[in-house]
Design a protein around this ligand. Structure first.
Ligand SMILES: *Cc1c(COP(=O)(O)O)cnc(C)c1O
Length: 381
């Protein structure tokens, strides 16, 4: 994002300021489609749940992965203008409820929409049969998450060996399983995870169809598509090439493939601008206190295992410096080793590629509110 523009926006709106570039959102979605042309993207709303972001993706024709009733409603808001009948017909095309665990109240609220929901265990089958009998099901498999930045396989997914029994059990409870899903771990740079997950899913699908479950035609390859945070990240183009050969090799022709990209679609579209509000020297090292931190837009440092380089607008000789957030907790440390010029109180700093798992998990800790948000190019298309 243009630096002069960032400074001007910060002056105009105040800091901390979370700048969302909707042109970049649309570009990321277009790239995803370009490299994975036969895969329908269901944007994982949890990565960045600003309603404006959801609206831009909706207008650009994306579908959505939601994981709570509130996220479901956020997406459904955009569908309200459709005629009732069309809305009913479209619901599976537009929304997948991808959280394998749902409480009873959520299931009851979802049932009238006849949603597509994910499950991975027996307890959930009973719950769904009772409280959302009109739901369609997707079974989530546990797959290797080797080398992903954020590992998910310890919390979700059934063992491939018990998959067909879980499909049978859902069938016995009067439910229909439409297909399989998996998640290879977030920011997956080890593309072999996808290959292994696909072969596990292909084996399960084959066995299930042999046992008579012919309606299983959906394959949900989840999220994990890596955002280009630095030059070491292999491009989506390469992963696309791999998937475009592996999927037809492993799966029958009638398979419908969908994916749940979160990070890839939003990470590079947002920039944070913050202000230096304090300054000290500790153990010989310059320390800067800025008005955003790990309880706020930098929450990804804690929850997402991320590092966000903090950059200055000011030029000059640099020194190894520490950067802290504004709260009274020492955990609120953004970096202990950042090369920064000598900054003054009131100077602005910025962090790029901070669109995923950042503002969405910001808190009000210590009374500091989440950063304000400004949207660029939101109404073009
Ligand atoms: C978080 C999540 C996603 C998005 O993952 P990314 O790594 O951000 O692409 C997709 N599907 C499910 C089920 C998730 O929990």
């Amino acid at each position: 994002m243009d630096k002069r523009r960032l400074r001007r926006l910060a002056r105009q709106h105040g800091t901390p300021l979370f700048v969302v570039d909707h042109r970049q959102l649309r570009r990321n979605l277009a790239n995803f489609r370009r490299w994975l042309p036969n895969v329908q993207p269901y944007y994982a709303v949890k990565a960045n749940s600003l309603p404006e972001v959801v609206r831009t993706f909706y207008r650009a024709g994306a579908s959505f992965d939601v994981a709570s009733l509130a996220e479901f409603q956020l997406v459904y808001e955009n569908m309200r203008e459709l005629p009732e009948k069309e809305r009913q017909d479209l619901i599976w095309d537009k929304i997948i409820y991808a959280n394998p665990i749902k409480d009873r109240a959520t299931l009851e609220a979802l049932d009238p929409y006849r949603p597509l929901v994910v499950y991975d265990n027996y307890a959930e089958i009973g719950k769904i049969a009772r409280h959302a009998p009109h739901a369609g099901l997707m079974l989530r498999l546990r797959v290797p998450n080797t080398g992903a930045m954020v590992e998910l396989s310890s919390k979700f997914g059934c063992e491939p060996g018990e998959a067909v029994d879980l499909i049978q059990a859902a069938h016995d409870a009067g439910l229909t399983v439409e297909g399989l899903s998996f998640h290879v771990g977030s920011q997956t740079t080890n593309f072999q995870n996808y290959v292994q997950a696909l072969s596990l899913a292909a084996a399960v699908l084959k066995e299930a169809r042999m046992r008579g479950f012919k309606k299983m035609i959906q394959l949900d390859i989840g999220g994990g598509f890596p955002a280009p945070y630095d030059a070491n990240v292999r491009p989506l183009r390469e992963l696309g090439r791999l998937l475009r050969t592996e999927i037809p090799r492993l799966f029958p022709k009638d398979i419908c493939v969908l994916a749940e990209p979160g990070r890839y679609l939003v990470a590079t579209a947002c920039t944070l601008v913050a202000e230096v509000i304090g300054k000290a020297v500790r153990d010989g090292r310059p320390c800067y206190y800025i008005n955003d931190g790990v309880y706020h837009t930098f929450s990804g440092i804690v929850f997402d295992h991320m590092k966000y380089p903090v950059r200055a607008f000011r030029r000059g000789p640099t020194a190894l410096s520490a950067v802290f957030g504004p709260t009274c907790d020492a955990l609120d440390t953004i970096s202990l080793a950042e090369e920064l010029p000598d900054l003054e109180l009131g100077d602005l700093v910025y962090a790029e590629n901070i669109g995923a798992y950042s503002h969405a998990s910001s808190t009000w800790f210590n009374g500091f509110p989440p950063a304000r948000v400004v949207h660029l190019h939101a109404d073009e298309s």
